[in-house]
Design a protein around this ligand. Structure first.
Ligand code: AMP
Length: 226
């Protein structure tokens, strides 16, 4: 497809509200492209789990559904993309979420000669709430399920490794509301910034088709823009 020429590495930014399918699409795209998934939410949850300094700083904010400080996530992403598995490209899931983060990402990628493509996953809010409140996750392999749209074969048990599924603490109703408000307040406006900064930005309807079909559409967009 690239006629043997080495192409620039690519950063695929998956953008959209909580519950728009960023994590699901990131996992499918990782299989499709070989690019690693970089989920700032997963990285932060690992710190909380470990109970280290970063974990202690962010736990309260995360449990309340608020964003954590820009400087902290910027530093995590900067370190992560410097690792060798990001050489050809990577998938950003849940970053950037503020204009400051988007600006810092722009500088970081330019400095490394990495092309950026933003995929805006568009899903109606009622669907987002149904997805988040029905979400279950395997604590061992990270596979995501939904009690309505993607139930495991046996209730509350992971199909792949038999572990008991868990509900994320921030998937409770009050916290879901706060996360969506944070999205409206701080994250949605970043779309305007992407436009004004001239980023390659595509909107993808992520509410109608099953995830593999949505993934294929994204794959075509990032491969050849059409
Ligand atoms: P997620 O798994 O992407 O829904 O993220 C879970 C939580 O982690 C969010 O509600 C925030 O508290 C925090 N978080 C994840 N990514 C970011 C980010 N880029 N900026 C600020 N906070 C973040």
């Amino acid at each position: 497809m690239n006629n043997g020429q080495k192409r620039s590495p690519r950063a695929v930014v998956l953008f959209g509200p909580p519950g728009s399918g960023k994590g699901t699409q990131a996992k499918l795209l990782t299989e499709r492209t070989g690019f690693p998934q970089i989920s700032t939410g997963d990285m932060l949850r690992e710190h909380v789990q470990a109970g280290d300094e970063i974990g202690r700083e962010v736990a309260k904010l995360m449990h309340a559904g608020s964003l954590v400080p820009d400087e902290l996530v910027n530093a995590l992403v900067k370190q992560r993309v410097a690792r060798p598995d990001c050489r050809d490209g990577f998938i950003l899931d849940g970053y950037p979420r503020t204009q400051q983060q988007a600006e810092r990402l722009g500088v970081l990628l330019e400095g490394r000669g990495i092309d950026q493509v933003v995929i805006h996953l568009v899903v109606d809010y009622n669907k987002v709430i149904a997805r988040l409140s029905g979400r279950r996750q395997c604590p061992v392999c990270g596979t995501l399920y939904n009690v309505l749209s993607r139930p495991p074969k046996q209730a509350d048990v992971c199909d792949l490794d038999g572990a008991g599924l868990v509900i994320r603490e921030d998937d409770s109703e009050a916290v879901i509301r706060e996360r969506l408000e944070e999205y409206e307040r701080q994250t949605r406006p970043v779309l305007e910034y992407f436009h004004s900064a001239g980023r390659r930005l595509y909107e993808v309807d992520a509410g109608r088709e099953v995830p593999p079909v949505v993934c294929e559409r994204i794959y075509k967009l990032i491969e050849n823009g059409g």
